[in-house]
Design a protein around this ligand. Structure first.
Ligand code: CP
Length: 303
């Protein structure tokens, strides 16, 4: 069975195939065709053990627009609360003739673990601080859409790199496509191994912004944070927050990205998030076409 567990397991040609497939679905959606019959005989379970707005809704929309049958599972309202294990939970769902599982889980490696224990295609919708592959795919797709190509572009990732699955998946995806990647953020939120991934650390935000074509502004992952690591929110915003005055004072016009949810006034101000330089809502829109492409390509291997 084939899975999407992380960008780490993909080749550059896999990413290009996903993008070409997403181009097709985006073109269909732009013609106001809300549904294609591709996956009429496929049933997908979205199982979420962590909160989500964008990922959960866009997976469900992507599945419905492919005409798949969809069931949704929230751990908080399930028998997980009575002590049922992850493997038992998923095997019970699969016994109801479910073909594919999309899972978000707080534990790094949860998708890999599950793929070793159940007979189903697994799509990782975010596993702790490990990977968020569909986010990285939609991020690169959005850069490609705005700037024509990802290869050769200077991409800056700002913020809590240590706890961010978005950062790790983006680094893998961007490097695979030939982008240059720098990271900027507090030393306490920077993994020690970061340079071994082929990225450069630039501690000075202004220098980093003047270098980049695209800045991907991350949220502080408060839910994964040991408070002793953290500068205060005010200190963080002073050193690593982007406001309109800073953006306008740069040598060139850069593209602003954010995976969401935004903490407005912390990592970016509203006048940056809502500016013409921001492609934040394009990222969300592209999430549906990218997830349609991922599910369609995986389903074609199990049909
Ligand atoms: N970007 C992202 O994963 O957002 P959600 O947590 O709302 O799904």
């Amino acid at each position: 069975v084939n899975h999407l567990l992380g960008i780490k397991y993909l080749k550059e040609s896999d990413i290009q195939l996903i993008f070409e497939t997403a181009d097709h679905f985006k073109e269909v959606l732009n013609r106001s065709i809300k549904k294609v019959p591709s996956l009429r005989d496929i049933t997908i379970a979205n199982i979420f053990f962590e909160n989500s707005t964008r990922t959960r809704l866009s997976f469900e929309l992507a599945e419905k627009r492919l005409s798949a049958d969809v069931v949704n599972f929230s751990a908080g309202q399930s028998s997980v609360k009575k002590g049922e294990t992850l493997i038992d939970t998923v095997n019970n769902i699969l016994s109801m003739k479910v073909d594919m599982v999309v899972m978000r889980h707080p534990n790094p490696g949860a998708g890999i673990f599950l793929s070793n224990h159940v007979k189903s295609a697994i799509v990782n919708a975010g596993d702790g601080a490990h990977e968020h592959p569909t986010q990285a795919l939609l991020d690169s797709y959005s850069i490609r859409e705005r700037l024509g190509d990802v290869s050769g572009k200077n991409v800056l990732i700002v913020g809590d790199i240590l706890h961010s699955r978005v950062a790790l998946s983006n680094i893998f995806a961007l490097k695979l496509q030939g982008a240059h990647v720098k990271v900027c953020g507090p030393k306490t939120l920077m993994p020690k191994y970061i340079e071994s991934l082929g990225v450069t650390v630039e501690p000075n935000l202004r220098k980093a912004l003047n270098w980049c074509d695209v800045a991907n502004m991350l949220r502080i992952q408060n839910e994964r944070l040991d408070i002793s690591y953290f500068p205060t929110t005010r200190e963080y915003t002073q050193q690593y927050g982007v406001n309109k005055a800073l953006l306008d004072s740069l040598d060139k016009e850069i593209v602003i990205m954010h995976p969401g949810p935004i903490n407005r006034g912390v990592e970016i101000t509203s006048d940056v998030a809502d500016s013409k330089q921001s492609i934040i809502l394009d990222q969300v829109e592209n999430g549906v076409a990218i997830r349609m492409a991922v599910i369609y390509l995986l389903a074609s291997k199990i049909k």
